[in-house]
Write a protein that binds this ligand. Sequence first.
Ligand SMILES: *[C@@H]1O[C@H](CO)[C@@H](O)[C@H](O)[C@H]1NC(C)=O
Ligand SMILES: *[C@@H]1O[C@H](CO)[C@@H](O)[C@H](O)[C@H]1NC(C)=O
Ligand SMILES: *[C@@H]1O[C@H](CO)[C@@H](O)[C@H](O)[C@H]1NC(C)=O
Length: 325
Amino acid sequence: MQYFSLILLCGLVSYSARAAPVTGTSPSGRGIVPRDGPTSDAATSQLSAAQQSSLVRPAQFSRVAYCSSAAVTSWSCGPPCDDIGKGVEVIQAGGDDGLVPMYFVAHDPIAESIVVAHQGTDPDNILSIINDAQILLKDLNSTRFPSAGDSVKVHDGFQKTFERTADGVLSGVQRGLAANNVNKVVVTGHSLGAAIAVMDAMMLKEILGSSVEITTTVFGLPRGGNEEWANFVDQTLGSSLTHVTNQDDPVPILPPRLIGYQHPQGEIHINAVDGNGDATDIVACPGQENENCSEGNNILFDHSVANHAGPYIDNISFGGDACPL
Ligand SMILES: *[C@@H]1O[C@H](CO)[C@@H](O)[C@H](O)[C@H]1NC(C)=O
Ligand SMILES: *[C@@H]1O[C@H](CO)[C@@H](O)[C@H](O)[C@H]1NC(C)=O
Ligand SMILES: *[C@@H]1O[C@H](CO)[C@@H](O)[C@H](O)[C@H]1NC(C)=O
């Protein structure tokens, strides 16, 4: 945990060092004035019990994404699989636990949906962490996203990681939808896996069209692109995107807004978790960057890397420790 924290902070320093050149060459010509998108201080509202419990199943699938491919494929990953229940059929599992983080596509008979779940950055997995450090904003792949405007830019490392599994995810989802006669897809992931999951959902929406209902529920989402990307995500996914942030986790406020990053809307923020690992104060945060939620955290003084792992809700934590099999 300790060195993960160190790497994050070193990363922060190097982000800041790059801030001037990045903004200085921005097409808006605003020199070194930071290109901050809008923030909001709109009042938050407590989630109902039903809204809160709708987050549990996606969280359980995101936790399973940290288990080994073999344990996932046979649905024998111990308590993380048992908590979801029997009858889950894994359609596809991929990744190598390194440069290509693990993911799986499955049929969830209880929710009557196809689930896509992505592994994220495990504090023990240095390769994934280095991967996280490719923070330059690059053009979104316009072949894959023809309806995006030219000014949409995303995190280079996230997009490269997304591209490594995108075709596999798409074919797995298409096979799963056809074979199970369902029209719902749930996309989920934690950390880096959350960033990939949002890109997956955007791709799936673009290709599958409106006859398939796509719900995206992710945890510990870092910022994935610029304000134009955030707006494109809002237009495409709207209120079907939820990103849950936990207390003083620094990851949701990285990379910094100072170098042009901006979140889409849909934050749900956990203010407190009790001794049983259950969120006791969990609120919906209007706007893209709400000062009453993660955006109000002070990264240098208040951050808690432990909050990134969890627990979030229902005693669910993420990472290799949460799924040793
Ligand atoms: C949100 O933030 C604003 C400004 O900081 C504050 O006035 C307001 O009370 C906050 N609302 C909630 C619900 O925390
Ligand atoms: C862009 O997306 C297309 C699929 O639409 C893919 O074949 C291509 O490899 C992607 N380009 C990059 C640079 O990843
Ligand atoms: C919560 O999960 C941890 C393991 O992650 C476990 O050790 C602990 O007993 C659990 N707490 C409860 C109340 O179930």
